[in-house]
Design a protein around this ligand. Structure first.
Ligand code: GLN
Length: 464
């Protein structure tokens, strides 16, 4: 409609505002939204290229120039980045409207969006349930029709898992596909910015804008970015698809298991050849992740000391000031990660934990390399269970960490993976995960699209 000039971007913005007015009080997806500024920006003469004149909501750990970017933490209170992240710059270049900052687990530590220092976001399918995390605000906003598209970050599942729990599409691209410049770092060797959307095509469109080499991120890949839309309708006839046995563990929810098995049948019906495969070291993935991720986090979070960014608690001397600022600025989970990370990196334990974890990570990467010699893609559940009740796991970090068991391996290996809606378990959405070879996003999207076209799960909306 926008292209045909039947509507203007302002109409889209106003309809989103109206929806937000209606449901946001209950969902609590946004922690910053300046309606006037958004409208003003839309009215201003923007770039000449307006090929993507769409509002995009942004997770609170991605820098937007001169707008609060706090990682949902007290320690970044008052911080306004003096620059745009590369993904934001690219969006502005094609006419996109930056639309509010979404809630998240503090510094992206978590799987439920309950560790935010500001508010608890609720799952639009049932307001007593978590939306997943850490990109829970982005996922809930899209699922509740409070956003058209959203950006998230995925260090161990933070895009795919909330997408699954909220019944939408979430895509984590290959490590290096999208620039991390301006993404406030948590686990630098694991994370990627990615997309949350209502369907696969929308994710492909958004990825097209944000993907590609950036000289400001030394880990970004110089490989050319294919035209993703061109692949969507190619179908998946003859695709070889692996079903990793290790992903069908005993704790897997019955409804989730059934939905995934039904999805596998749909893929077979579309002409794919599905076979059981093994990823023998994936049983160590969670343990490896919870050494490497906190190690990197503890180092990345050193910079928040009251001097350069955000919160500062004045004290008699410099060290007391550091202490006080960090004591008051960080929440419980952030402190837990810093302590864990510092421990595994300390002299005497470094070899035993950190360097060993890096070795096992190599074995996990090898597992994937081997199965991808025989398969084009892998299918698995995104999360072992659907959403759980708010408060249910927050005091049991190990339980919480277990919810990432199926998403973490892709981050350790750096490969692309998408979650698409594949039905419900006791009224709550279930996500199907499709994993691919490094830099073969197009194949992942192609398969996700083919599946989506033969089901209508993505069209079901939360009644809120
Ligand atoms: N839930 C995982 C964690 O707590 C992953 C978070 C993420 O992907 N940012 O670390």
């Amino acid at each position: 409609m926008l292209k045909k000039k039947e509507i203007q971007v302002e109409d889209i913005l106003l309809s989103l505002f109206a929806r937000i007015e209606e449901v946001e009080e209950r969902v609590k997806a946004y922690i910053f939204l300046d309606k006037e500024k958004i409208l003003k920006e839309a009215k201003q003469e923007r770039k000449k290229d307006l090929s993507f004149e769409i509002p995009v909501s942004v997770k609170d750990n991605i820098c937007v120039e001169n707008e609060p970017t706090r990682c949902a933490s007290r320690i970044l209170e008052g911080f306004k980045p003096p620059y745009d992240a590369t993904v934001i710059k690219r969006l502005r270049q094609v006419g996109a409207i930056l639309f509010g900052k979404t809630n998240m687990d503090e510094f992206a530590f978590g799987s439920s969006t309950e560790t935010s220092a500001y508010q608890i976001t609720r799952n639009p399918w049932n307001l007593e349930y978590v939306p997943g995390g850490s990109s829970g605000g982005s996922a809930a906003a899209v699922a509740a029709d409070e956003a058209i598209l959203a950006l998230g970050s995925d260090t161990g599942g933070s895009i795919r898992q909330p997408a699954a729990l909220c019944g939408i599409v979430g895509f984590k691209p290959t490590y290096g596909r999208v620039s991390r410049y301006g993404l406030i770092a948590f686990g630098s060797s694991l994370e990627q910015i990615g997309t949350l959307s209502k369907d696969v095509r929308d994710s492909a469109l958004l990825l097209q804008v944000i993907a590609g080499f950036d000289e400001q991120d030394s880990t970004s890949s110089p490989l050319p970015v294919p035209d993703y839309l061109k692949y969507l309708e190619k179908g998946i006839k003859g695709f070889r698809i692996g079903i990793p046995e290790e992903y069908f563990i005993s704790g897997l929810d019955k409804g989730v298991k059934e939905r995934i098995e039904e999805a596998i049948k749909v893929f077979e019906g579309l002409g794919a050849k599905c076979t059981r495969v093994h990823l023998p070291h994936s049983k160590y993935a969670l343990a490896v992740y919870y050494i490497i991720a906190p190690a990197e986090a503890s180092s990345n979070l050193l910079r928040f000391d009251g001097v350069e960014y955000g919160l500062r608690k004045e004290e008699k001397d410099l060290f007391r000031m550091y202490e006080k600022t960090r004591e008051e600025g960080f929440g419980k989970e952030a402190k837990r990660r810093i302590i864990l990370g510092t421990y595994v990196l300390s002299k005497g334990y470094y070899e035993q934990y950190y360097s060993r974890a890096e070795k096992v990570r190599r074995l996990i990467i090898e597992d994937f390399r081997k199965v991808f010699e025989e398969c084009d893609l892998l299918l698995a559940p995104t999360s072992p269970t659907p959403a759980w009740k708010i408060g249910e796991k927050i005091d049991n970090p190990l339980q919480m960490y277990l919810s990432d068991i199926f998403t973490i391996p892709a981050n350790l290996a750096g490969i692309p993976a998408i979650s698409v809606p594949c039905g419900f378990s006791e009224g709550l959405p279930v996500g199907l995960q499709i994993l691919g070879r490094s830099f073969e996003e197009e194949k992942v999207l192609q398969a996700a699209y083919a599946y989506e076209q033969s089901t209508d799960w993505h069209r079901q909306r939360a009644k809120i």
